[in-house]
Design a protein around this ligand. Structure first.
Ligand code: AMP
Length: 283
């Protein structure tokens, strides 16, 4: 059986483990997650292993990034099988704090990201989200003090926000964005995919198909807004309630009028039944 990674639940135990790595001269990569691990998360761990001597995986379903009506209560929590999966790929340490450890009584400080965090994409539909993410990620960075932090491009706006935050706060680490891991039919892996009924799962790949088709047409010079309008219609026809399908500057997430306005990223979010899915693709 693979050696279990050490699992720590307190700041003291975490600091002790990190200090031992540092004493041995080891570099550290952090993979922040909310658990319910899938191949996308494990790819981040492997990428961390390629860059650093030690990989720390945090598992924390962060209450402050969920609105009251969202799925905080029902979000899948599978710590035992997560630790087993991390043992198989030889992750070193699991940082699994409780909410009381992360936000002790009297907690009163928040990071309020601007720029890409106010792009009118996820922030428009989940106004709590990036304040919660930036605050918890800033805490994870100062708790673990990693050399590298591995994030998925799957959550593209989040990747831009966290990259900017690390830069703005002069945090001495490199944020690394890794490509989205997908199912055979293209659906982006997500912990929330377990919510999909068989019928919904059948419809779900329309998101990535629309992104691919739109990227091809925009690259070929078709007018961006016309391509997006047709894409929006296709997604809505597949039983989705669309939040957005947008073309944005890949770094700033500002709106772009034409192909020449810069590297373009297409971003989509839509709800099917009770499940909200997001995806994105480079043009
Ligand atoms: P989560 O547990 O959903 O908060 O995600 C933790 C990290 O895994 C984030 O950096 C996500 O962007 C990343 N991630 C989630 N799904 C995927 C995927 N399909 N491919 C690559 N990275 C992913």
């Amino acid at each position: 059986m693979a050696k279990r990674p050490t699992v720590v639940h307190t700041i003291t135990a975490l600091r002790r483990a990190i200090a031992a790595y540092r004493k041995a001269g080891d570099t550290v990569a952090l993979v922040p997650t909310m658990g319910a691990l899938h191949r996308g998360h494990l790819a981040l761990v492997r990428a961390g292993q390629q860059r650093a001597d030690r990989v720390v995986v945090s598992i924390f379903v962060n209450p402050t990034q969920f609105a009251p009506h969202e799925d905080f209560g029902s979000y899948p929590r599978t710590l035992k099988s997560d630790v087993a999966a991390l043992a198989d790929i030889k992750a070193d340490l699991v940082w699994a704090p409780s909410a009381a450890v992360m936000y002790p009584q009297g907690f009163a400080t928040r990071v309020a990201p601007e720029g890409a965090a106010l792009a009118g994409l996820e922030d428009k539909f989940r106004p709590h989200f990036f304040g919660g993410v930036a605050t918890v990620v800033a805490k994870l960075f100062t708790q673990v003090t990693p050399d590298y932090a591995m994030f998925g491009q799957k959550d593209y706006q989040q990747l831009r926000v966290v990259t900017q935050m690390a830069r703005d706060l002069d945090l001495p680490l490199k944020v690394v964005g890794m490509p989205t891991v997908r199912e055979k039919d293209g659906l982006a892996l997500s912990s929330r995919n377990v919510y999909l009924s068989e019928l919904e799962r059948g419809h779900a790949p329309v998101l990535v198909r629309t992104l691919k088709d739109s990227a091809t047409r925009i690259k070929a010079g078709e007018p961006i807004e016309m391509v997006l309008e047709e894409g929006r219609a296709k997604i809505t026809q597949a039983e989705f309630a669309l939040d957005y399908l947008e073309a944005r500057h890949a770094l700033t997430l500002a709106t772009v009028a034409a192909l020449k306005s810069g590297p373009i990223r297409l971003l989509v979010a839509a709800k099917i039944g009770k499940t909200r899915l997001i995806d994105n693709l480079a043009v």
